[in-house]
Design a protein around this ligand. Structure first.
Ligand SMILES: [Cu+2]
Length: 326
C-alpha cells in the first residue's frame, strides 16, 4: 500500500533535521558528539518509559486485576512515584553534569573573540602568542583536533552563539564576557546562527564555520593577516576610489587602504568568506550590488544606509572591487 504523500512529506521534513551543516545530530566536533550522545540516551530513556507507562495503562484497562490491599497500593505509589523518579533523575543529572567540564576546558592555543552585533558577528582571531588580533566577520575558521577558546561578547542586546554541529550554545551579553571551548573533529563547512531573539533581523544573523587541518589553518591565518589585495583592473581601482569617497571607510575597515571604520564588518578578505551580510546573501556581483543599493530591503533594520542614490555603474564598480578581496 502506498503511504499518503502528506505523511511522507512530513517524515522527510522531520528527518531533514538529522543531517546537514547545521544539525546537532550530525556532529563534526567532540562537544557536539557528547551532546548528541546525551540526546540519544535521553531519547532512549523517554521511549522506554513511554512504553512502560502505556503498558501499565493497558494492563489496568484490559485485564481485570484483583483489588490490592491498601498497604501494597501505598508501596506501589511510593516506589513508582518517589523512589523510581528520584533514582532516574539523579542518574541523569549526574551524567549530565559529568559532561560539562569538558565543554568548558581551557583552550590549547587559538582564541577567537566573537561579538554579537545587530545583525552580524564580529570576529577577532588571537593565534597563540599574537600581540594583535586578525579582524574578520561572519565566518569562523578553526583547526581540527585542537581545543580552541571562544570568548563571547555583545555590543547592543543579548545574542546567542550557536554552532550546533560543533558544540553547544552560549549566550552573548552586553557588558559581560562569556566563554566556551570547542574542538572540531572533522574538516568541513558548517553553519551557525544567533539563537536568542535580538530584533527584527534576528533570523538573518548567521555565520559560516570552516574547519581544517592545523597546517591548512596556519596557511589560512597567514593569508588572513595580510592586507587586502591591490586593485588589478581599472574598474576595481575605481571601485576603491568610490568606496573611500562615499564614506564607506567610516564604518568599514579594509587593511592596506585608508578605510579604518569599526562600526560595520571588516571587509579586508570579504571574498574569501562563505557568505555576505551574515548569511543573508552570497559574495557575488549581483548580491553585492543589491546589498549596497538597499540593505534594508534584504535585512529589515540593517544598520547600514542605502546607497541607491548613486548611479548603478558606481555601485557596480564598488561591487567589482569588493568581489576581488580574496
Ligand atoms: Cu542576534
Amino acid at each position: 500500500m502506498r503511504r499518503p504523500p502528506v505523511l511522507s512529506a512530513l517524515l522527510a521534513v522531520a528527518l531533514a533535521g538529522c543531517q546537514g551543516p547545521q544539525s546537532a545530530l550530525d556532529p563534526g566536533g567532540a562537544d557536539a558528539s557528547t551532546l548528541a550522545g546525551l540526546f540519544w540516551i535521553m531519547l532512549a530513556g523517554a521511549v522506554i518509559l513511554w512504553f512502560a507507562m502505556n503498558g501499565l495503562i493497558f494492563y489496568a484497562w484490559r485485564t481485570k486485576p484483583r483489588p490490592v490491599s491498601a498497604k501494597s497500593a501505598r508501596l506501589l505509589i511510593f516506589c513508582g512515584g518517589v523512589i523510581f523518579p528520584t533514582v532516574v533523575l539523579f542518574a541523569l543529572l549526574t551524567f549530565g553534569l559529568s559532561i560539562m567540564p569538558e565543554q568548558r576546558a581551557p583552550g590549547e592555543g587559538l582564541r577567537v573573540e566573537v561579538t554579537g552585533e545587530q545583525w552580524w558577528f564580529r570576529v577577532a582571531y588571537w593565534p597563540e602568542g599574537a600581540s594583535e588580533p586578525i579582524h574578520s566577520a561572519n565566518e569562523i575558521v578553526l583547526p581540527v583536533g585542537i581545543r580552541s577558546e571562544i570568548t563571547l561578547k555583545a555590543d547592543d542586546v543579548i545574542h546567542s552563539f550557536w554552532l550546533p554541529s560543533i558544540a553547544g550554545k552560549t549566550d552573548m551579553f552586553p557588558g559581560r564576557v562569556t566563554r566556551m571551548s570547542l574542538m572540531p573533529t572533522e574538516p568541513g563547512e558548517f553553519r551557525g546562527q544567533c539563537a536568542e531573539f535580538c530584533g527584527e533581523s534576528h533570523a538573518w544573523m548567521a555565520f559560516t564555520a570552516r574547519t581544517m587541518t592545523p597546517d591548512d589553518f596556519a596557511a589560512w591565518a597567514e593569508a588572513e593577516a595580510k592586507p587586502a589585495a591591490v586593485p588589478e583592473t581599472e574598474l576595481q581601482a575605481r571601485g576603491l576610489d568610490l568606496f573611500l569617497s562615499q564614506g564607506c571607510g567610516g564604518c568599514h575597515a579594509i587593511r592596506g587602504t585608508p578605510a579604518r571604520g569599526r562600526v560595520g564588518p571588516d571587509l579586508t578578505h570579504l571574498a574569501s568568506r562563505g557568505n555576505l551580510a551574515a548569511g543573508a546573501l552570497d559574495v557575488t556581483r549581483e548580491d553585492l550590488i543589491a546589498w549596497i543599493s538597499h540593505p534594508e530591503a534584504i535585512k529589515p533594520g540593517a544598520k547600514m544606509p542605502a546607497f541607491d542614490h548613486l548611479p548603478l555603474e558606481e555601485i557596480a564598480a564598488m561591487a567589482a572591487y569588493l568581489e576581488s578581496l580574496e
